[in-house]
Design a protein around this ligand. Structure first.
Ligand code: ADE
Length: 256
């Protein structure tokens, strides 16, 4: 069981996605405990103001520090002082699958969703990590917090039905996934280049499990080599994969 507290000014942006799918079921079963905290509940003025103009002038608004401090104090009083407080922002360290796995070992995570021009800098006093989900700017941290929560939760035992599938995720080993097929065995498709039958690779219907395993390894490796060669620097490959990769690189070399 893992506990999350998410502090946001748009609770619906978090609550509605969390009600559906695998995370929704995990929350229902109690495998995940997720509480969404409306930052406005921690204001003290009549208008529940969460932002203010920046000192020094300039465009945009800044999230006030005091409601955030009160929200963190309330979470601490309820659950014990949180050891991990994550702020989502484009200035953060890049969030990766390895980070998701590391965070899944923690008992309790608080996620602070940013808005406007950002947080008052003094909020960072209470933040233990700042994470970015990629090099682009979102309108707010809610989608980023959901991405972090989703990727971390997959590693929590009992959330995804088949734990093997999480551990064996090719991405967890630093590779892109191999292609997948299901019935029908052939399907007619019309595209700009004309009409034709699309078949499933024979090997997948051969019943030869050793060959299927090897085909999948080769496909995952050749995809990674084509699309994300940078991943291969840190990938953990077994002997067979190292051999296949050598062959693929040799074949590419011959082609160039
Ligand atoms: N908030 C706005 N943009 C973001 C990003 N790329 N990652 C995390 N939080 C954000």
């Amino acid at each position: 069981m893992m506990t999350f507290d998410i502090v946001t000014i748009f609770p619906a942006m978090i609550e509605q996605p969390l009600a559906a799918g695998i995370l929704g079921r995990a929350i229902e079963r109690g495998t995940l405990d997720v509480k969404v905290r409306d930052l406005r509940d921690f204001t003290t003025d009549r208008h529940r103001v969460v932002d203010d103009v920046p000192y020094g002038g300039g465009p945009g608004m800044v999230l006030k520090p005091d409601p955030i401090f009160r929200a963190l104090d309330a979470i601490g009083a309820e659950r014990g002082t949180p050891l991990t407080v994550i702020m989502t922002s484009p200035q953060g360290r890049r969030f990766t699958q390895a980070e998701a796995e590391r965070l899944s070992g923690l008992p309790h995570i608080v996620l602070l969703c940013g808005r406007y021009e950002g947080f008052d800098e003094r909020v960072r006093e209470r933040v233990t990590e700042e994470l970015s989900i990629g090099d682009y700017v979102l309108t707010g941290g809610e989608l980023a917090a959901l991405v972090v929560l989703d990727a971390v939760a997959r590693f929590v035992p009992g959330v995804v039905g088949d734990e093997q599938s999480v551990a064996q995720d090719s991405f967890s080993r630093g590779l892109l996934d191999h292609p997948h097929y299901t019935r029908p065995a052939t399907i007619r498709s019309a595209s700009l280049s004309g009409e034709r039958d699309l078949a499933v690779p024979d090997v997948l219907m051969s019943g030869n499990h050793a060959e299927i395993r090897r085909w999948r390894k080769r496909e995952a490796l050749s995809r990674t080599l084509e699309r994300r060669p940078d991943l291969l620097d840190d990938a953990s490959l077994d002997d067979e994969e190292t051999q296949i990769l050598r062959e693929l690189k040799g074949a590419r070399h011959g082609r160039d």
